[in-house]
Ligand binder design. Structure first.
Ligand code: 3PG
Length: 250
């Protein structure tokens, strides 16, 4: 049995403000820092450790990982960063308030942009300064391969090669792997691990800051998974993610 620990970063400044973030490099809020520390405590108290860590190239996931490594006294663990673990690109929606966007375009449309498996939000234009081709951290990448927007399907398609080429091998070596990443890059991995059907994945939300443990067999098939933490708090935090872009009644 091998262990995989998935961790969505703590609350970011734009999570706090209810804004679409995607590939925007936004830091943790004070609350997000506390959530990361809480995640470390949950792991420590549960007797979990990890041998190698993977994260995105976005600071909310990296900083969450740093805090967990520091609080668990595992700063020495090897860390690998890849854009393939980045959040789903929210394209031209990045920076907009989710609730205001729902008021303007309708909650149904925004739900499709957020959760439709094959639905892409409006893209960033090629010359938009927010396009990742202008960002030095992607300088080594083919600019045509960098997303101007993504569906969850697109996110899965660019995450999976990294899983197969890098992460799976470590797990097969019997290492416990921690992945500190994002709501949608983790939803994509969960879809793959649990073979969640396209229409069902829309209802799956991942809260910030709660470790999600996967037990895998030797073939890396998921045997079971569970969150660490208080189930009522996790249920509330998960529901809050789902409801981020609803239009208030009345
Ligand atoms: O990029 C974002 O806005 C969030 O990290 C994930 O948002 P979502 O829950 O609206 O997909």
């Amino acid at each position: 049995m091998v262990l995989l620990i998935l961790l969505r970063h703590g609350e970011s400044l734009w999570n706090r403000d209810g804004r679409f973030t995607g590939w925007t490099d936004v830091d943790l809020s004070e609350n997000g820092i506390a959530e990361a520390r809480h995640a470390a405590r949950l792991l420590r108290d549960g007797g979990y450790t990890f041998d190698v860590a993977y994260t995105s190239v976005l600071k909310r996931a990296i900083r969450t990982l740093w805090i967990v490594m520091d609080d668990m006294d595992r700063m020495y663990v090897p860390v690998h960063r890849s854009w393939r673990l980045n959040e789903k690109s929210y394209g031209a929606l990045q920076g907009l308030n989710k609730q205001e966007t729902a008021e303007e375009y309708g909650a149904e449309q925004v739900h499709l942009w957020r959760r439709g498996y094959d639905v892409r939000p409006p893209p960033l234009l090629w010359d938009d300064p927010r396009h990742p081709r202008f960002d030095p951290r992607y300088a080594g990448q083919d600019p045509d391969a960098l997303p101007a927007t993504e569906s969850l399907h697109d996110t899965l398609d660019r995450t999976l090669p990294y899983w197969h080429e890098q992460i799976a091998e470590r797990l097969q070596d019997g290492k416990t792997v921690l992945i500190s990443a994002h709501g949608n890059s983790l939803r994509a991995l969960v879809k793959y691990l649990d073979a969640v059907p396209d229409e069902v994945i829309a209802d799956l939300n991942i809260p910030t800051g709660y470790p999600l443990i996967y037990e895998l067999d030797e073939g890396l098939h998921a045997v079971r998974h569970y969150y660490l933490g208080n189930p009522d708090e996790i249920a509330r935090a998960t529901a809050a993610v789902a409801e981020q872009a609803t239009v208030p009644r009345g």
